[in-house]
Design a protein around this ligand. Structure first.
Ligand code: SAH
Length: 403
């Protein structure tokens, strides 16, 4: 059956031509195009549609989302592309293949990341011999059975966990649920850069771990300040979750205090520390309160990691988010000894790296400290940044030396 065709206005077409895969609802319902969206309502989720501009020029083939503001997501720029099992298999193979070559020293990483891998709405993470799957659009949701089948054929996992409890699904009016869909065991044992972890794939935040920070966990220990007389450097890991940074820094010989609000996360972190014979001082507290208290007590550290949750979940929340980033960075700067290192992160894509650096500069001026940038990092390689899709570059991780 021929695909339904939908006409996109100039604005939407220009966006697609500039390399972005999304079309917003407002760009389908152009003035002369009343009813274009209505015509799509009959399209079964998972059936792709053809896109063209007002002059009838083909733009490609896309998935349709009946409820979200992002109502079309490009799958292929080839107007004749057939979105069938073969198409899905090829896209998945491509995503899996380059990661097999380039991802090192870990058996936990993201295998497929939505738009960045040409499969909008699909996320698949590997945790050892187990997989975690998320389908974030109605179209990918409709393909769940075939996606599972393809994954079993390509990866032969011992278990597949469906973590469809991500909040973004509510924008698509999809229900939230987590369940084991293949196998019997949702606890994974993985090795990430020399550290053994036991992770609960059904209960953890995200899909079990913040895999996007994985390469940063391994990169930071190199910047531990060299201490006079063999003293152990003192580290504060703020927003530690399951101790991604803390465990690597403890392994490198630092004395580490690690803070989080979530007791469940800290318990898992502690059991992973014990599994590796590492010692970390886990502190269950609100980071804002603890930083204020430590600052007032005149505590000092040689390296501080700040990895807060996304304070700016929307553009509108940016102003108060910036105040939050400024506050934690200012406190950290005041507590670092001369020659100390600050690792400051933001996973809000609304907050650009330039803004994060500007906030850090403001905090440095207020704290009367001189800041030298050592390294500007981003998310791990398995979460690739698409040059023409700014939303795919969301994690910033700045390493700086503080005088
Ligand atoms: N650094 C971690 C990821 C941190 S995610 C890693 O690399 O794996 C953000 C963490 O901040 C979550 O674990 C969440 O529980 C915690 N959190 C959120 N608000 C907090 C607050 N006000 N004080 C302390 N922890 C908080």
């Amino acid at each position: 059956m021929p695909l339904k065709t939908v006409t996109i206005n100039e604005h939407g077409a220009a966006r697609l031509r500039a390399g972005h895969p999304w079309v917003y609802r407002s760009d389908v319902l152009g003035k002369e195009d009343h009813g274009a969206l209505a015509a799509l309502q009959g399209v079964r989720p998972g059936t792709a549609v053809r896109l063209e501009d007002r002059r009838g020029r083909a733009l490609g083939v896309a998935d349709f989302s009946p409820h979200s503001q992002i109502c079309l997501r490009l799958l292929s720029r080839d107007p004749a592309a057939r979105i069938d099992d073969t198409f899905l298999r090829e896209q998945m193979q491509r995503a899996l293949q380059w990661r097999r070559h380039w991802i090192r020293n870990t058996d936990a990483y993201r295998l497929i990341w939505g738009e960045a891998d040409g499969l909008p709405g699909l996320v698949v993470d590997r945790y050892g011999d187990k997989l975690v799957l998320q389908t974030l659009t109605p179209a990918m949701e409709a393909r769940l059975p075939v996606l599972q089948e393809l994954l079993r054929e390509m990866v032969q996992p011992s278990a597949i966990v469906e973590r469809n409890d991500a909040r973004v699904r509510t924008l698509e009016l999809l229900e939230l649920r987590s369940r084991l869909v293949h196998g019997t065991e949702a606890i994974a044992e993985v090795q990430i850069d020399g550290i053994a972890y036991r992770l609960d794939l059904l209960a953890g935040q995200k899909t079990g771990a913040f895999l996007d920070q994985r390469e940063n966990w391994a990169a930071v220990p190199r910047f531990l300040p060299v201490m006079p007389g063999g003293e152990r450097p003192r580290v504060l890991d703020v927003f530690t979750y399951q101790g991604g940074f803390a465990l690597q820094l403890a392994r490198a010989g630092a004395y580490v205090e690690a803070v989080d609000l979530s007791r469940a996360a800290l318990e898992l972190a502690d059991s992973n520390a014990q599994r590796n014979g590492l010692e970390v001082n886990w502190i269950e507290a609100n980071a804002f309160d603890l930083l204020r208290e430590y600052d007032q007590q005149g505590r000092s550290f040689d390296l501080i990691v700040l990895d807060p949750p996304a304070f700016a979940k929307s553009r509108g929340a940016l102003e108060s988010a910036e105040r939050g980033y400024k506050e934690i960075n200012l406190r950290a700067l005041k507590m670092l000894r001369p020659g100390g290192v600050l690792v400051t992160c933001s996973c809000s894509h609304h907050l650009s790296e330039a803004r994060l650096l500007a906030i850090l500069a403001e905090a440095a001026l207020d704290a009367h400290r001189t800041v030298t940038i050592l390294e500007r990092r981003g998310q791990s390689l398995d979460h690739p940044v698409l040059l023409t899709v700014p939303e795919t570059h969301y994690l910033k991780c700045i390493l700086a030396r503080i005088e």
